[in-house]
Write a protein that binds this ligand. Sequence first.
Ligand code: ZN
Ligand code: ZN
Length: 281
Amino acid sequence: MTQLELIFLGTGGGRFVTITQKRRTAGIRILSEKLNIHLDPGPGALVHSLNMGLNPQKIRAILVSHSHPDHYTDAEVLVEAMTQGTTKRRGILAAPHSVLFGNETCGPVVSKYHQQMPENVIELKTGVNFNISDIKITATEARHTDPDTVGFRLENRDFGDIAYSSDTEFFEGVGKQYKGVRLLLLCVMRPSGKPWKGHMTTDDAIKIVEEAGPEMIVMTHFGMQMIFSGPYREAKLIEQRTGVPTTVASDGMRISVGEEIRVRRMERKQKGLDDFVKSRK
Ligand SMILES: [Zn+2]
Ligand SMILES: [Zn+2]
C-alpha cells in the first residue's frame, strides 16, 4: 500500500515565534513514492530541509497558502531548488492571488522572475483543484487577514484524505470542507479563551473538529500565547470535548499515513510524547 509521509520542518507561527524561532517556521514536506511537496515554506524551509537530509532539489510542487512571511519567505529559493538552479522548467507552484499578484492588503511575494521557472503556476481560489500524480489537491476556504488565504485537501484512494486548514478563523462550514478526512492538520495559533480575529483558537478547533469528524487531529502553527499556555493541555481539551485523538506537532516530527497512522518524534521520548499509532477504522 502506498504510504504518505508528512515531515514537520516547522511548527511555529505568528510574528513573535517567527522572529525568535522558538519553534521553527519551515513548513511541512509531504512525501510518497510519487510525490514530493513542500507546503508553506516559511523562514528556515531551505536550511531545515538540508539539515534533515531532505534534498530540496527533489521537490516537485510548492504550495503556499497565503502571503504572510511565516508561510512564504523561502518559496523563491525552493523554486530555484525545484528547477535545479533555474536550469530546468519543472514542477508546480500553487498559490492564491495575493502571493502571485498581490491584493489590497499584501503581496505579491513571489517575483515574476521566479514565477517563470516552474512548469506550472496555478492560481488558487476556494474550490480550485489539480492533480499531482494520483493525488487530487483542492483549495479550501479560509478566512484570514490575507483575504485570499486557502487551505488544502489532499485526496487519494490508497491512504485516504488529509487536509491542512492554514490560518483561519472559525466560520460556519469551515469544518464541513474536511468531512471524512483521516488526518486534519489545524493551525491552532492561540489557546482557549484568547481569540484574535482571523486566527484559530482551541475553542475554534473544537468546533471545526465537530463539523469535520476526522480520524485524527494534528495541532500545529503555534503562536507565542499557545506555547506559553502549553499545547499539550490544549490538545487534551480538544480530545475531551470531541473524542478525536489529537497530536501536538513538534519540530522534526514525522507522520506516516497508510493502513495506520504512525507518529514519530525527533526528541527523546518524554512522558506523553511516546510514539503513537492509530489504526485505520
Ligand atoms: Zn501563519
Ligand atoms: Zn497568516
